[in-house]
Write a protein that binds this ligand. Structure first.
Ligand SMILES: Cc1ncc(COP(=O)(O)O)c(C=O)c1O
Length: 365
């Protein structure tokens, strides 16, 4: 059985009418950027994420930049984050004018290890950007209390965590703001790019709104230098439709992930059980294997698509090699070993079984 790593075409028929109606609504309205569809989606997504405000923007990278700038983090400031993430986490920090400082991850959860925060502090540290990698919540209780104790801004990178929860609350509600990506592969994806900042601080919401559109306080009146980072009406309309089905899609992901856990037990290192109080949203199903690249090739020959998130840690990439960091052996080891298996709501149980069998074979050889 061939199993593609991702297959958007499987969801297409079921949502075709709803998305066509969304297109028709926007087309007929004559409003294409930052209009009523964006406002409606901002409200609906903020409610989903347990925040008072949602402010749409162009993508998840800009969301990080806008949130940091709205919290007065920029030139001359250091931001503690992880290297075990996608490059845009660091790009978003850099685009705000600040400097990323890479902190080691917990080897089990692959999220920021709070025990490493004290040693990573610099006199310039102003903020922390933890990442809920693969949809697994970072240890937000400890991270948030460290941020409070040291008066640091806290911006959660929730790009992979739509629907993940920690200590009974949505991720993204533990700090000053949270940032979201609606890149098509995310649990909630657009038909293109999109991003959003959630916050329960009125001042932060107002400033992100200003910064996303040229720094305008009112039309044609820029109060401060800003950006052009807007969400358009079409994407917002599509996202509103897809948001309705997100909880069910996340439940299906959880069921398929549990099936993988069961079928792969003893064959490879499966994702660790969620920490106490953490509810992941199963964005990616990531196992760890030695000789990952060889295993991946064998799976490909067997017709099984896989991916790697991410083959090089951020600090191992030339653009980010010069930024401060302590030793990151766990991050570097993970980058060599992680392997993402197909996981999407439209997969069948038989496909999960086929992937698990092929993987068990591939690691035995
Ligand atoms: C952890 C993480 N942060 C930030 C981003 C950036 O989002 P975008 O691609 O929408 O800019 C992504 C996704 O690409 C991501 O996975």
């Amino acid at each position: 059985m061939r199993v593609p790593y991702l297959d958007f075409s499987r969801a297409a028929a079921a949502e075709a009418d709803a998305l066509a109606a969304a297109f028709g609504r926007v087309h007929a309205s004559g409003r294409y950027v930052l209009g009523p569809e964006v406002e409606a989606f901002e409200g609906a997504f903020a409610a989903f994420a347990g925040a008072a405000h949602g402010v749409g923007c162009a993508n998840g990278t800009d969301a990080i930049t806008l949130a940091l700038r709205a919290l007065d983090v920029g030139e001359g400031d250091d931001v503690l984050t992880v290297s075990m993430t996608c490059a845009p986490t660091a790009t978003g920090i850099l685009n705000a004018g600040a400097r990323p400082v890479f902190v080691e991850v917990d080897p089990r959860t692959l999220t920021l290890d709070p025990a490493r925060l004290p040693a990573a502090l610099t006199p310039r540290t102003r903020a922390i950007v933890p990442v809920h990698l693969y949809g697994r919540p970072a240890a937000m209780d400890e991270i948030a209390s460290f941020a409070r104790a040291h008066r640091l801004a806290l911006v959660e990178d929730c790009a992979q965590a739509h629907g993940a929860r920690f200590a009974g609350k949505s991720v993204g509600t533990f700090g000053d703001a949270a940032t979201w990506s609606f890149y098509p592969t995310k649990n909630l994806g657009a038909l293109g790019d999109g991003g959003l900042v959630t916050t329960s601080r009125d001042d932060v919401a107002e400033r992100v709104r200003r910064l996303r559109m040229y720094g305008y306080a009112t039309r044609n009146d820029a109060l401060e230098p800003g950006f052009n980072s807007r969400l358009d009406e079409l994407q917002a309309a599509f996202l509103s439709e897809r948001l309705l089905r997100l909880p069910e899609a996340n439940r299906r992901r959880a069921a398929l992930a549990a099936l993988y856990d069961d079928r792969l037990r003893g064959a490879v290192e499966t994702p660790p059980p969620a920490a106490a109080g953490a509810v992941p949203c199963h964005h990616l199903y990531v196992v760890r294997v030695a000789e990952r690249d060889a295993v991946r090739k064998r799976l490909s020959s067997a017709g099984i698509g896989t991916d790697v998130h991410y083959p090089r840690a951020v600090h191992e990439q030339p653009a980010f090699a010069s930024f401060p960091r302590g030793p990151l052996p766990e991050t570097e080891r993970a980058a060599r070993e992680v392997l993402s298996l197909p996981l999407y709501p439209e997969m069948s149980e038989a496909e999960v079984g086929a992937v698990a069998r092929a993987l068990a074979d591939a690691v035995r050889r």
